[in-house]
Design a protein around this ligand. Structure first.
Ligand SMILES: [Zn+2]
Length: 139
């Protein structure tokens, strides 16, 4: 579990999208989807992935050539409309401790073939701030 960039959000409100990914890959394997349908990461997402994507230790399931990296986007009040992309875990934790609630999306990206998918979504900040602080960064 430590290879994952797990959040310390705490109310257990992390939504995992593994099943969606599984279904997507199954459709790809059966020909219902083409590589172009799932390997269309936006240039900005690819740039973020190259610059500060976190290693996942997992080989891309589509091209099998490159390691998937994970990029987190955080949305919330007084943050850029397109979300902000914390480069480090410390920056993410700071965002998660904001007084205003934030919504975080972790996206897995392959910089080789542009495969990308939403891995997890969670809510932090706001009223969960105290719980996050109490839990600390240890996982
Ligand atoms: Zn790939």
């Amino acid at each position: 579990m430590e290879r994952r960039f797990r959040t310390s959000t705490a109310d257990g409100a992390v939504v995992e999208f593994g099943l969606v990914r599984h279904a997507t890959l199954a459709k790809l394997a059966s020909g219902q989807l083409r590589c172009e349908d799932v390997c269309d990461a936006h240039p900005e997402l690819l740039r973020a992935a190259r610059n500060f994507g976190r290693r996942t230790g997992e080989t891309c399931p589509v091209c099998r050539e490159s390691e998937l990296v994970e990029v987190t986007y955080v949305f919330g009040a007084r943050l850029p409309a397109g979300g902000t992309c914390p480069a480090t875990r410390a920056q993410l934790l700071k965002l998660e401790r904001r007084e205003d609630p934030v919504v975080c999306y972790a996206v897995e990206v392959c910089v080789e073939c542009s495969f990308h998918h939403l891995a997890r979504k969670w809510v932090a900040g706001g009223r969960s701030r105290r719980i996050v602080a109490a839990k600390g960064v240890a996982e």
